[in-house]
Design a protein around this ligand. Structure first.
Ligand SMILES: [Mn+2]
Length: 358
């Protein structure tokens, strides 16, 4: 099992690569979307409005190769790109008039990634993306963390026209809202998308890796969501069975799910046993939707060492990154929070490799 660090676009700089390496990471997961984030989103940004302007630009071979070279120059490997830009695929999500053109765009991106040698593309097939988070001093010692608490979320308005994934792709869109999307309809859109792009992912040698619905609610802002219970993750895999149709396995989101079929440990066993986990987001939480908040990795409801042991015993050999982390009280809250999580994961991997027989 390998330790990685996820970096938002504004953090893709040599000093953050060096920070990752110093903390013992060997791999980077890079976000190229230009959403605001300093590790966690401020509540006012998470709750409403737009996070920014979506960008339809298709990442070129040269751009991706330069990113990879910069990361390798600091002694690390680029494991994955995380998230398509809403500008690249809004009409795939919305089933709009530019869908065919944008499907070709997604295929182009996958081919470019294959050419450069980036093994994984993480994505989240959702119209809403994350929404309605709040922040509070909810982690150990009053560290500020993200949560989803129904009473603290803003009124659940539909998605305004011209927006998807909390970002604006058309500032001149007419007033009004995106039409409601049923569970059958979101499944249909997803299945059609996967049937077209998975063969290209196979040719390119790039694994598509699906994030579950975050927060894991069945419907948000009038739009149905895909994997909001652990057992529904299987539907994502079964739509287009392939090694290249895999999971961006988010332990925190799975811990937040309400299910009487499968808990987070059974889920981790089920999907790692199938070899379907491309990489892991590791974070701990307290509570479940619609009332949970994030905490430090070594507190909260989920026994993270047990999760890592299941992954290890099932032969998972991919990258594990901390997800968002609580902000520690100091001059560098994000760095301290990340360093704490990275150190904890690194020590746990070392302990499993030394003491756990598989
Ligand atoms: Mn996640």
């Amino acid at each position: 099992m390998k330790l990685g660090l996820g970096l938002y676009r504004h953090l893709l700089k040599p000093e953050h690569y060096r920070f990752a390496r110093q903390a013992g990471a060997t791999h980077i997961v890079a976000h190229l979307v230009n959403y605001y984030s300093a590790g966690t989103l401020p509540a006012e940004q998470a709750g409403g409005g737009s996070w920014g302007i979506a960008n339809p630009h298709l990442w070129t071979v040269d751009e991706l190769a330069a990113l990879k070279a910069d990361i390798e120059a600091e002694g690390l490997k680029l494991e994955a790109i995380e998230n398509f830009d809403p500008g690249q695929w809004y009409d795939i999500l919305l089933d709009g008039p530019r869908r065919e053109e944008q499907i070709e765009g997604i295929k182009t991106i996958l081919r470019h990634m294959g050419t450069v040698g980036i093994p994984v593309m993480g994505y989240s097939f959702s119209l809403v993306n994350v929404w309605g988070w709040s922040k509070g001093p909810w982690a150990r010692g009053g560290a500020v963390a993200t949560g989803w608490i129904r009473e603290l979320a803003p009124p659940e308005t539909p998605i305004p026209n011209g927006q998807v994934w909390n970002m604006t792709y058309d500032p001149d869109a007419p007033p009004g809202f995106v039409s409601p999307v049923s569970p059958e309809e979101i499944r249909r859109r997803f299945a059609n998308f996967m049937r077209e792009v998975v063969p290209v992912a196979e040719q390119a040698g790039v694994r598509l890796a699906a994030h579950p619905a975050d927060p894991p609610l069945p419907v948000l802002r009038d739009t149905a969501r895909l994997a909001y219970r652990p057992e529904l993750y299987q539907e994502i895999l079964d739509v287009a069975p392939s090694h290249y149709n895999a999971l961006e396995y988010c332990v925190g989101t799975l811990s937040e799910m309400v299910s009487d079929v499968m808990d987070v440990y059974e889920s981790t066993d089920t999907y790692s046993r199938q070899g379907k986990i491309a990489y892991v987001h590791l974070r701990n939480v307290h509570g479940k939707v619609p009332h949970y908040h994030e905490v430090f990795i070594d507190e909260g409801d989920t026994d993270m060492l047990r999760i890592l042991e299941i992954l290890y015993r099932n032969g998972f050999d991919g990258v594990i990154i901390p997800d968002h982390v609580p902000e520690m009280t100091c001059d560098a809250p994000w760095h301290a929070g990340m360093a704490h999580a990275l150190g904890w994961i690194k020590a746990s991997i070392q302990a499993l490799e030394r003491y756990c027989v598989r």
